[in-house]
Each structure stands twice: as structure tokens, then as C-alpha cells.
Design a protein around this ligand. Structure first.
Ligand SMILES: *Cc1c(COP(=O)(O)O)cnc(C)c1O
Length: 406
């Protein structure tokens, strides 16, 4: 077996782990679902609460520049996803931003009425597309992942895909698919929920039209952190948000009776921004900006490789099937194994302090957040997984009871 501690000692990102409060004795492999807590977050949020809110009260909208936060944090996220300042805004949830982006895309391609997506896309991406299609009289076309490119005909207004599959970790070729969609006359909308902060992404380099993503996964913004929306600069003047709220107005504080969209990305805002959540998100984003995303990606690939090698060696014959692409170039920052008793196995692992998650019907999902996951953690996780399987430790009623959130 490789010397995992040696890999940790040689890791250029090793200094980042102590910037997070990972509990002792916990191996946290679920940062792709809820990122870890940066050490600096509690103090920053306390300061916003006690000083900016408690003392500054309403003056803080100007004096503490609260009003600029959606744009300021958006500009920072832009640097992580290959966008320019002024192309990204932080607001609402990923679901709501998908609604804005898909509706806006249909408005930009009025002669076309089809939203094309992958049938295995993340459910909210499908549900929102279904809602937008019903509302705007469009058609939602859902096809198998390998049929996407063939389904790009001259009726498709927008191709909506998630860069890294939440279920298998399979990763699309951002550049090739964007070019294909645009060659077919469609706009390309990427969901970067499992990419932002986990790898270099170059939205402007591939000429993407629209994108959305999550603040609480690899950006470590905290539970329910606001999400982001990218609209390429060239589309902004014509982009119309269907949610014409006052924060997206050209002059919110003119209190004019009629809506007039703000210039630029600000037109995608809706209502009053959640300042406490934005402050927490900014800490996570600042931390991500300190890391070299090339190093982050290299470590992510190496963690995934190590995990697969160890599981296939140590857990051979115990019923696990690799459900992620074997080629690291086609995989995001997670590795999934399928097992018929996946749910109970994951509960037994969590009881041992190894936290991953389960995705129906049979996927054990292990996420590797390179800023705080160590190679040694991968070793511990595999040892626990082998023991749970070998001793059928999962075969207990308490591990089979489904919780509300899996
Ligand atoms: C996590 C995730 C979401 C979450 O959407 P919310 O509106 O923030 O709940 C959306 N899409 C994908 C692909 C995700 O992985």
C-alpha cells in the first residue's frame, strides 16, 4: 500500500485543513453536499451580527456596503469559474437561478421553443425546466446523456446540463458541448454545483452563455448559502429576468411605479439579499481564492484514484461496483460505488464517523474536498468500509430506517 502520510506531507494544499473546523475523529467525505466550516466564518458572522447589524442597524446597508455584497462576492466567484467581473451575481438558490436563466434563455431565442436536458440531470434542474416549459409554452426534451449532442436540432433554444453529475460524478467536456450547442444555434447553460471551487472552470474560455451554481458545496458558504448566476456579458443587455423584483431595478430607491431593468448582471437580482449568509459565503470564497485550482484539481484526482485503488483491493468480493468513470479526466471530485444495501451501509459508516451520503437507488457517494480531506482520511474510510461489509455491520434495523434527508 502507498504511504498515505507521505502523500499528505507532500501535498501543496496541506496548510488549508487547519483553516477548517473538521471535528476530530470524523472523516468528512460529503463536502460536495455541504461544505465544511471555515474557521474564520463564525467570527465574521458574529461581527456582522453584533457590530454591523446591532450597532450599525440600517446604516450598514451603506456604511458596511451590504448592498454591494451580491456583486462583490459574485466578482470573486467569477475568478473561480473563468468569468469576468460583472458577469456573476450571488442571489437566491440554485433552483431560482435556474428559473431565471432558463426563462431568460427562451427570451433570447424567441424563434426556438425547446429546452434540451439530460434525463439524469439533478432533479431540481429537471423540475424547474418542467415549470418554465409549462409557463412559457416551451417543450422540455429529456434525453439519455449519450444522446445529447444528436438531439441538438434547430428547435433547441437552450441546452441545460450539469457539468459534473451528482449521482455518478461523470464530467462533461465543457468546451466541446458548449461549441456543439452553439453550432446548433442554441444557448448553453451549465450548472456548476459540483464544479465551482473543486476544479478550474473556464466559462469565458469556452464561450458559455449562462451558468448557475451552489454556494454551500465546494465554496463552503454554509447551509442554504445563496447561489450564483452567470450571464455572459454579451447577453446581458437583452437578458430579461422573469422575476422583476426591485433589487434588479435600474434605480431601486427611486421607488418608481414601473420596472426598468438595471444595467448589467444586477438585473438578475430579485429581492433583498441575505446579508448574514452572504457574509459567511464570502469567507468560504476568499479561502478558495487562496488555493491554486490546478493544485486542487490534481489533489482531487489523486484522492479519487487512491480511494478506487484501495476499495477495489481491500473490499474485493464484497459486492461493491464502481459507479463513477474510472478515468479521472472524466470524473468530478467524487467517487461512487453501487451496492444493493447502499443506504444501510452508509448509515453504518456514518455511525463509525465516516460521513458520505447515499443517492437512490443504490449509490454510496464519497466526495473529496481537496482543501480539507487528507490521503490518510481516504485510508481510514476504506478500512471502515471493509469492516462494515465484512461483518455485515449494516444489517441492523437502525441502519435501514430512512431519514428525511439522505
Ligand atoms: C446541489 C444541487 C442543486 C441545489 O439546488 P438548490 O436550489 O440550492 O437546492 C441544484 N443543482 C445541482 C446539479 C446540484 O447538485
Amino acid at each position: 500500500m502507498r504511504d498515505l502520510d507521505a502523500l499528505d506531507r507532500a501535498d501543496p494544499l496541506r496548510g488549508f485543513r487547519e483553516r477548517f473546523t473538521v471535528p476530530k475523529d470524523i472523516v468528512y467525505l460529503d463536502g460536495n453536499s455541504l461544505g465544511g466550516l471555515p474557521r474564520a466564518t463564525a467570527a465574521r458572522v458574529a461581527d456582522v451580527v453584533e457590530r454591523e447589524w446591532g450597532e450599525g442597524l440600517i446604516r450598514s446597508w451603506n456604511q458596511a456596503a451590504w448592498i454591494d455584497l451580491p456583486r462583490r462576492v459574485g466578482d470573486k466567484i467569477a475568478r473561480l469559474i473563468g468569468a469576468r467581473a460583472g458577469e456573476v451575481i450571488v442571489a437566491d438558490s440554485t433552483s431560482v437561478n435556474l428559473f431565471k436563466a432558463l426563462s431568460g434563455a427562451l427570451g433570447l431565442r424567441r424563434d426556438r421553443r425547446v429546452i434540451l436536458t439530460e434525463e439524469d440531470n439533478f432533479p431540481t434542474d429537471l423540475y424547474i425546466a418542467e415549470g418554465v416549459a409549462a409557463l412559457l409554452g416551451a417543450e422540455l426534451r429529456r434525453v439519455a446523456v449519450d444522446a445529447i449532442e444528436d438531439a441538438m436540432d434547430d428547435r433547441v433554444a437552450v441546452v441545460s446540463l450539469t457539468h459534473v453529475s451528482y449521482r455518478t460524478g461523470r464530467m462533461h467536456d465543457l468546451m466541446r458541448i458548449t461549441k456543439r450547442a452553439q453550432a446548433a444555434g442554441a444557448l448553453m447553460l451549465w450548472d456548476l454545483a459540483h464544479s465551482a471551487g473543486a476544479m478550474p472552470v473556464d466559462l469565458d474560455g469556452c464561450g458559455a452563455d449562462l451558468a448557475v451554481g451552489c454556494g454551500y458545496k465546494y465554496l463552503n458558504g454554509g447551509p442554504g448559502a445563496p447561489a450564483f448566476l452567470f450571464v455572459a456579458e454579451r447577453h446581458q443587455a437583452a437578458f430579461r429576468s422573469p422575476l422583476s423584483g426591485w433589487m434588479g431595478h435600474a434605480e431601486p430607491f427611486a421607488f418608481a411605479p414601473g420596472y426598468r431593468a438595471a444595467e448589467g448582471i444586477a438585473r438578475a437580482l430579485v429581492g433583498t439579499p441575505p446579508i448574514l449568509s452572504l457574509a459567511a459565503l464570502e469567507v468560504g470564497v476568499d479561502l478558495a481564492l487562496e488555493a491554486d485550482l490546478g493544485d486542487v484539481r490534481a489533489k482531487s484526482e489523486a484522492l479519487g484514484e487512491t480511494f478506487i485503488t484501495l476499495v477495489e483491493g481491500d473490499c474485493a468480493g464484497l459486492g461493491l461496483r464502481l459507479a463513477s468513470p474510472r478515468d479521472p479526466k472524466q470524473r468530478g471530485s467524487q467517487v461512487c460505488f453501487a451496492h444493493d444495501e447502499g443506504y444501510a451501509i452508509m448509515q453504518a459508516l456514518i455511525a463509525r464517523g465516516v460521513i458520505g451520503d447515499f443517492r437512490a437507488p443504490d449509490i454510496l457517494r464519497f466526495g473529496f474536498a481537496p482543501l480539507y480531506v487528507r490521503f490518510a482520511d481516504v485510508g481510514h474510510a476504506v478500512r471502515h468500509l471493509r469492516e462494515v461489509l465484512q461483518h455485515r455491520e449494516w444489517d441492523r434495523p437502525e441502519f435501514k430506517r430512512r431519514a428525511t434527508v439522505t
